[in-house]
Design a protein around this ligand. Structure first.
Ligand code: RB5
Length: 150
């Protein structure tokens, strides 16, 4: 799978850990930065380019990390076509894909430990959108809102 990753200083270490974890499992990982630890950097500068790449299908899924995961989630969801959520639990990591077609997972580098983050990422990547009528109906309402807000 083609996966994009991005993080600010708050998620820098976790991003590098997740990137290596995914590469070792044969995934093609595109890193949208940050490329060095800079305590003054801003998460939108990395999360927005990643989100655009996911929306334009240059990568299949995205992983965005900041300190809490909140800012990454707020920024990612500003891009049309992105369905991002801050995830702390295994159920939401896969159900968000199955029901809501979540295409970008947000994690908190200061909140979620490395091993737990790897489990959440695997649940996210292994999940597939079910696409039942009720799911499609709900996503259609969101897509209509995105078009209206353009
Ligand atoms: C940066 O210090 C921190 O505010 C950011 O990484 C993130 O937690 C925002 O939601």
């Amino acid at each position: 799978m083609k996966i994009g990753v991005a993080a600010d200083h708050g998620g820098f270490e976790l991003k590098n850990t997740i990137k290596l974890f995914l590469e070792l499992r044969g995934h093609e990982v595109t890193d949208f930065g940050a490329f060095e630890l800079d305590s003054t950097d801003d998460y939108p500068d990395f999360v927005i380019p990643l989100s655009r790449a996911v929306a334009e299908k240059q990568v299949d899924r995205g992983i965005a990390i900041c300190g809490s995961g909140v800012g990454a989630s707020v920024a990612a969801n500003k891009i049309a076509g992105i369905r991002a959520a801050l995830i702390h639990d295994h159920f939401s990591a896969h159900q968000g894909v199955e029901d809501d077609d979540m295409n970008l997972i947000c994690l908190g580098g200061r909140v979620t430990a490395f091993a737990a983050a790897e489990e959440l990422v695997m649940a996210f990547l292994n999940a597939r959108y079910i696409g039942a009528e009720r799911h499609e109906r709900r996503l259609k309402k969101i897509k209509e809102l995105e078009i209206k807000n353009q």
